[in-house]
Every structure is written in structure tokens, then in C-alpha cells.
Design a binder for this molecule. Structure first.
Ligand code: HEC
Length: 441
């Protein structure tokens, strides 16, 4: 019996990939797959990562990382790498395609990724088909009001204002051109900077005067903005963009005053030290660069991270900077005018750390990871205070309340929740952003 087993397995394998002579039909085989599994997040009006899968042209054009289909070469195609998990997060987020479904897409790519040629009908866009997943916009950023009563939640073209105790919606700030990716409250707590912009086109920051609900808009950069920070005197803001630059803006005039051009890849985060001595920028180029906070003059670089650095936070009233990113490590650096060095590091999450913050008294460090978990540790010795276990959805954002008792976290499925640190209980579900991403109509 035993000796027959390998043959049976082999036979099974051969059967599962039948050699077919009919070419794969885009409209009949690929379109339904994409519609059911991808369009919820990759629709033309709200394409995650710039990739729309609801028309042939958009699919061929690709997303933020460029072409996702290498015609004739399925294994080199980004789309396959995301589907088989070689690239993370594995697509579709929250599900998986069957091997046979991936094989059909592979075969279509090796056959030239063509539109059906025998069909005289117009090629259907996948928009006409119903999607299995209804997706909410990922919660990329959260901010507490100074009094700890409200939480601002970033969403698709909107910032929602939620009651921190009940989760109830109090209001919303609308008019953003696309997904809102980063929020920062002015030092006096009166103005909310909400940054984002159009993938591959332009960056945008709306400055919301919270009392009146009115806003002014700063436009610049040639790609979306991923990070925004206020200089502690409230006169300038700094922005980090996918276009590889960071910029400093005069808040009153809305004009860019300095452009920071030294990074060689996307810039994901910016932060000011509370004495404004230092401005830090973090990039996919694995480096952190330090600039004079008051002038934007280049000081030095911090290297040590093994992969993209995605988040930064200064310890309040200190020149200690925390960074974290794709190498899954949170690092602390002490900065001096003439240079800076890593003083310690902390790891424990199974995937990239996407956001990080400190309590106002500097005693706690919180990290949100792509593995879905949120960790709260002591600043001084890294001892664990609270762990929210991992989940299939990525944890994208975390912010601790001003009094240090609660934290709010946001996930890639649009969920955002407030927890009590002491016992880990759920205080309120903010639900993030109820704006349903407009899928199949
Ligand atoms: C629930 C939302 C969701 C679903 C469903 C989903 N994606 Fe994604 N996709 C994302 C997000 C978010 C990113 C960006 C990930 C990142 O940059 O870390 C992404 C990125 C990608 C990228 C990289 C694009 C680029 O250029 O950056 C590809 C390719 C991709 N998805 C393919 C697919 C395919 C194919 C499907 C369906 C089988 C699918 N996705 C389903 C949310 C989703």
C-alpha cells in the first residue's frame, strides 16, 4: 500500500492542473473572479494601493507599485505574488483564492493576458457583477481631542468625529479628495490637519478649524501624503509623501517653505520633538533623517532599520525618538545636535509595525502591526502591559488617550475600537468609517 501512495499523490497533482487547449477567457473566467474577490477594495473610485481591478485597462495599468501583470510571466507578476502570499499582505485581504483559481489567472497571464478576441460583445467591466465582500475604508489614522472626549477617525474622503465613550457619531468633516491617511491635531487642539491626496497625482492637507467646521486646503507633492505633523509652536506643519519628499509649510499662508529631498524612496512619517530642535522623517529607503526643526536644515541620518521605516514618534519633552516599520522592530534613538544612536529595541509582533505612539507621560509605547495585534509596553524596560492578539486584518493605527487610560486602534477592514489599557476591555466601537466603499451597483 505504502509504496503506491506517492504515485497516487502524483496522479492527483497531475489531475488538478489539466492541460487545456482552450485559452482562458478574460470576460468569462477572470472578470467574475476579480469581481467577487477584489473589486470591493480595488474599485476605480476607491482603488487600494492605486490598483483598480474593475476594468481591463486599469488592471493592465497596475497600481502604486507599478505594473501588476508581466505579460507572459505569471511568476514575476505582482498580482500572483500577492495572491500566493510571496508578497504580504496576501490578497484578497480577509480571504484567499483557491489554487485552481490562481492557476486560471496564471494561465491567462502566460497566454498573453489578452482580452477575448472571439467576442463581438463589448468587454464587460467587473463593475456589473456583485461582490462577495463589502469593504469599509481602512482606518489609517486616529486622533484624540485634547479633553479625551472625542476621537477623529480617518476614512474615505471623510474624517468622522466619534464620542470616545459611546462610539456614537458626533459629526464628520467632508470634502477630502481621496482616502485620508494621516491626522494631526494642532498643539492648541483647535485645528485638525487631515492629509491624503490622489495616488500618483497629488498630496492634500485640509486644515479644519474644529469650532467652526471650516477648512483651508494645502495642495502640493506629486503623490499622496502619508504623514503630517505640527511644529509645536503651531506655525508650521511638515508632510511626508510617497513622492519621496517631505515638505514644510507655513500654516497661515499655506505655502511650502522648505522641501526635504534627501530620501531615495517613499517618505511615510514625520515627527517634531517637543522643543522643536528636531524634525524626523522616515522612509521606505530604510533610513530616518533628522533635520533642524526650526529651519529644516539637514542634520544627519539614522541607519539600522532593516526594511522600510513606517512610523515615528518622539517621547514627549525628550529628544528620544521611536521608530518602527517593516522589519517588525520598534527602536529608540537618542538624538544630540551632533548625531544620534539607537539605545534599545523591542520586537514581538509577527509582522511589520505600521503605527506607533507614546503616552503623554512617556511611560508607555504602543505599536500596531500588520499581524493585526496591538502591543502596549513599558517605555523603560519594554515589559508587556497589554497585548491585543493578532487578527486577519492589519492593525493600521493606534493612539493612546491624553490621560493614558484608554487607547483607540484602527484596522484594515474599517474597524476602530477603544480599549481600556488596565484590563483590555472594549470601551466603545467607533466602527471607523461607515462609508461603504462603492462596489457593484
Ligand atoms: C479588503 C480589501 C482588499 C481586497 C478584498 C483585496 N485587496 Fe488587494 N490591496 C488591498 C490593500 C489595503 C493593498 C495595499 C497593501 C499594502 O500596500 O500594504 C492592496 C494591494 C494590492 C496589490 C498591490 C498593488 C500595488 O501596486 O501596490 C495587488 C496586486 C492587489 N492588492 C491585488 C488584489 C487582488 C488580485 C485581489 C482579489 C483577488 C485583492 N487585491 C483583494 C486591499 C484589498
Amino acid at each position: 500500500m505504502i509504496s503506491v501512495l506517492p504515485i497516487l499523490i502524483l496522479a492527483g497533482c497531475l489531475q488538478s492542473v489539466p492541460k487545456s487547449t482552450t485559452p482562458v477567457s478574460f470576460s468569462k473566467q477572470i472578470v467574475p473572479l476579480l469581481a467577487a474577490n477584489c473589486n470591493a477594495c480595488h474599485a476605480s473610485n476607491t482603488p487600494q494601493s492605486g490598483l483598480a481591478t474593475d476594468t481591463y485597462m486599469a488592471l493592465i495599468r497596475g497600481g502604486k507599485r507599478g505594473k501588476c501583470i508581466e505579460i507572459g510571466n505569471p511568476n514575476k507578476s505582482l498580482i500572483i505574488q500577492y495572491l500566493d502570499g510571496r508578497r504580504q499582505p496576501k490578497m484578497p485581504i480577509g480571504g484567499a483564492l483557491k489554487d485552481v483559481e490562481i492557476d486560471v489567472i496564471k494561465r491567462w497571464i502566460s497566454e498573453g493576458a489578452k482580452l477575448d478576441t472571439d467576442s463581438k460583445q463589448p468587454v464587460p467591466t467587473t463593475k456589473e457583477l456583485k461582490s462577495k465582500v463589502s469593504a469599509l475604508c481602512p482606518v489609517n489614522s486616529l486622533v484624540w481631542s485634547r479633553d479625551g472626549k472625542r476621537i477623529y477617525v480617518a476614512g474615505y474622503k471623510v474624517v468622522e468625529i466619534r464620542d470616545a465613550n459611546t462610539g456614537n457619531k458626533i459629526g464628520q468633516l467632508v470634502g477630502h479628495s481621496d482616502i485620508v491617511r494621516s491626522l494631526a491635531l494642532s498643539p492648541d487642539g483647535k485645528v485638525l490637519a487631515a492629509a491624503g491626496g490622489k495616488v500618483g497625482k497629488s498630496g492634500e492637507v485640509k486644515l479644519w478649524i474644529l469650532e467652526s467646521g471650516t477648512s483651508t486646503t494645502i495642495e502640493g507633492h506629486t503623490d499622496s501624503i502619508y504623514g503630517v505633523a505640527w511644529r509645536p509652536d503651531g506655525l508650521q506643519i511638515a508632510t511626508a509623501s510617497y513622492d519621496k519628499t517631505a515638505k514644510i509649510w507655513d500654516v497661515k499662508t499655506g505655502k511650502s517653505v522648505v522641501e526635504l529631498r534627501d530620501h531615495t524612496d517613499a517618505v511615510f512619517a514625520v515627527a517634531y520633538s517637543s522643543d522643536s530642535k528636531y524634525l524626523a522623517t522616515a522612509s521606505a529607503d530604510k533610513s530616518i533623517k533628522i533635520w533642524e526643526g526650526m529651519t529644516g536644515k539637514r542634520m544627519y541620518s539614522l541607519s539600522g532599520a532593516q526594511e522600510a521605516v513606517m512610523s515615528l514618534a518622539f517621547m514627549p519633552k525628550s529628544s528620544r525618538l521611536y521608530s518602527a516599520g517593516a522589519d517588525k522592530v520598534a527602536r529608540a534613538w537618542d538624538l544630540r545636535p551632533d548625531g544620534g544612536g539607537q539605545v534599545k529595541s523591542n520586537s514581538g509582533q509577527a509582522d511589520a509595525i505600521l503605527d506607533l505612539c507614546l503616552s503623554e507621560d512617556g511611560t508607555m509605547v504602543l505599536t500596531a502591526s500588520m499581524d493585526g495585534s496591538v502591543h502596549v509596553v513599558k517605555e523603560n524596560d519594554g515589559a508587556s502591559i497589554k497585548i491585543l492578539p493578532g487578527s486577519p486584518e492589519m492593525a493600521l493605527s493606534v493612539k493612546i488617550s491624553p490621560n493614558g487610560e484608554l487607547f483607540a486602534a484602527g484596522w484594515s477592514d474599517g474597524r476602530s475600537v477603544v480599549f481600556r489599557i488596565k484590563d483590555g476591555t472594549q470601551v466603545a466601537v467607533l466602527t471607523g468609517n461607515p462609508t461603504k466603499v462603492d462596489v457593484a451597483k
